[in-house]
Design a protein around this ligand. Structure first.
Ligand code: M6R
Length: 587
């Protein structure tokens, strides 16, 4: 999964490509590269971030392509960086070519040489093989040989001023105005007076004086999409990292959601469809999966509707039983997560009603589901999801509250209206975790425990910590520790317990006593102040009460802050953890 960009116009391409690539780094930052047509093909590549790309000042051409990479095949090296070049062709690729080994063997049998370990390099070879003066024809023939997913931008040294594009299951958008552009997402190239044309699967384009679009059969006309230009790339505005800024934005994001009105008035189809559902399935990955787990507590406890939550990458190959009258909710910040898209496609194909809960409303997932509910978190830059999780919970809890109301269980919607204020208080008291950092910074492992909804918060707290601090960390049901994991607890092991359920408080405290007795340092996130003074605790943060079911929306906030401060203390950039990318558009 990577970001690609292209520009052809009257200005020097290199600086424009670099600027657009910076905006795409959320898709990967393992390596970067650009190719510009200036006489022949001029190529610059580097390992690491786009800012590492040097000596582009001498690249004079006005037509070029660029790439920022999240490594799938081959390490994050300069050699594996795109653009990949073979003879007359330079290619940037986002996606995975699943049959690249057999294609590469075919090329090598012709005596062609490869220099990288990537799946993408084979595309440049196929272009050279099929090219006989017809750039679009060669690209169509090349794509006919590919299995997998791709957004491709291709330069040919014999076609100055032209970029050829193809898209299949990886996003690609064309922009016309102030030159002709392409990119993996709209914000990278959005500008006033620039018309934007997302390509659909199986479509091609030639960019030059303007943009020409093609389907498999021939030329097609496309209409530009509307776009709110106010949604530009956010700035750090004095914050050291986007992640910390995005945590501070949680109260405002929750206030903006206005979900009750949203579901009832704007999406009656979703409300009525859910009300008629005998079963709800949530499919998602990572943090969005945890949002699904939290939603299950709400759907089942408040609305008494059975709910199953499945990791999307498992669901898509599990041959799931998709019953009549089932609603499948696909949750995703980006709306471009390949596994979640595939799971939603499968469910829809089997007749389920599909609802996307997405932050990016013009995403692939939003387009393919029957309905798309916006989570309205605003653009999230840090790789670690924070405000989007809280916003996803707001939408999902609202759905549950709406269903509960239809069954005569009222009042939950009013409780949700208080959440922005309670979240603001939680961000403030959550800063207390800074005093805990020294106990975590060199830990060999960390555990997060809780029961019910608190267990979901524990899972998300653990994911946050491991992805931006690289500390081994797990979330466990508090009652499950003693069935094995307790063996890993030793003197000084940090354990964070989440405790907001009065009903389950004594049960969770049993686990606290058990780990303390074995030498653990215990830290507590609780809405029940009476437990904060327990002698076993090294630290406690008391957060506002908001009811057991909705509690992850608040209890996760100190956990997000803990991960952030430990990451900074370990000298890591929390916005760009190693090996990860914001949007995972490959399997
Ligand atoms: O864009 P999505 O919500 O579909 O992304 C799903 C996961 O890749 C994402 O939540 C990931 O786990 C985050 N890095 C977690 O912070």
């Amino acid at each position: 999964m990577c970001g690609i960009v292209g520009y052809v116009g009257k200005k020097r391409a290199a600086p424009l490509l670099l600027g657009a690539l910076k905006k795409l780094e959320y898709r990967g930052y393992d390596s970067a590269g650009i190719a510009v047509l200036c006489g022949g093909l001029a190529v610059r590549k580097c390992a690491g971030e786009v800012s590492n790309l040097r000596s582009t000042a001498s690249m004079e051409g006005t037509c070029g392509i660029g790439h920022t990479r999240w490594a799938t095949h081959g390490g994050p090296t300069e050699r594996n960086a795109h653009p990949h070049v073979w003879k007359r062709f330079a290619v940037v690729h986002n996606g995975i070519i699943e049959n690249y080994q057999s294609l590469r063997a075919e090329c090598e049998a012709r005596g062609e040489e490869f220099y990288s370990e990537t799946d993408s390099e084979v595309v440049a070879h196929l272009m050279e093989f099929y090219y006989a003066g017809d750039l679009l024809g060669a690209l169509k023939e090349t794509c006919a040989r590919l299995k997998g997913s791709y957004a491709l931008a291709v330069l040919c040294s014999e076609r100055p001023g032209t970029i050829a594009l193809a898209r299949y299951k990886s996003p690609l958008v064309v922009g016309v105005g102030g030159g002709v552009w392409c990119a993996s997402d709209i914000p990278a190239i959005a500008a006033k007076d620039r018309a934007l044309y997302p390509l659909a699967d199986g479509e091609f384009a030639l960019l030059g004086d303007g943009a020409q679009f093609y389907g498999r059969e021939g030329r097609i006309e496309k209409q530009p999409v509307g776009r709110d230009m106010s949604e530009s790339i956010p700035l750090k505005r004095g914050y050291r990292h986007f992640m910390r800024k995005e945590i501070d934005e949680i109260p405002a994001v929750l206030a903006k959601c206005r979900p009750c009105a949203l579901v009832s008035a704007s999406f009656p189809g979703v409300r009525d469809g859910l009300a008629a559902s005998s079963h709800i399935t949530v499919v998602a990955c990572g943090t969005a999966y945890h949002a699904g787990l939290a939603a299950r507590c709400a759907f089942e406890t408040l609305a008494r509707v059975p709910c199953t939550v499945t990791v999307a990458s498992e669901y898509r190959y599990a041959d799931p039983v998709i019953g009549e009258g089932e609603t499948v909710i696909a949750v995703s910040q980006s709306g471009e997560t390949a596994d979640t898209i595939a799971a939603a496609e499968l469910a829809r194909g089997c007749g389920a009603r599909t609802v996307a809960v997405v932050n990016v409303t013009d995403s692939t997932l939003a387009g393919l589901c029957d309905d798309a509910l916006p989570v309205s978190a605003g653009r999230e830059i840090a790789v670690a999801a924070t405000k989007s999780f809280n916003a996803q919970l707001m939408v999902l809890y609202t759905l549950a509250a709406t269903l509960a109301e239809a069954k005569g269980r009222r009042g939950y919607g009013d409780l949700l209206k208080e959440m922005p204020e309670l979240a603001a208080q939680t961000v403030s008291v959550g800063e207390g975790v800074r005093a805990w950092v020294a106990y975590f910074v060199s830990a060999s492992s960390v555990y997060f425990i809780g029961r019910g909804a608190d267990y979901v918060a524990a899972l998300e707290g653990s994911l946050k910590l491991k992805e931006i601090t690289y500390l081994p960390s797990e979330g466990y049901p508090a009652g499950e520790l003693k069935h094995g994991t307790l063996a890993l607890v030793e003197e000084g092991t940090p354990i964070v317990a989440v405790l907001t359920s009065e009903r389950l408080a004594e049960k969770t405290m049993n686990a606290v006593h058990e780990v303390y007795a074995r030498g653990a340092r215990v830290f507590l996130i609780t809405s029940l102040a009476e437990y904060a003074a327990s002698k076993e605790l090294t630290g406690a943060v008391v957060i506002p009460q908001c009811g057991e079911v909705f509690s992850p929306m608040l209890s996760v906030i100190p956990l997000q802050l803990l991960a952030y401060y430990v990451s900074v203390a370990r000298g890591i950039d929390p916005d760009k953890p190693r090996n990860l990318a914001k949007s995972v558009t490959v399997e």
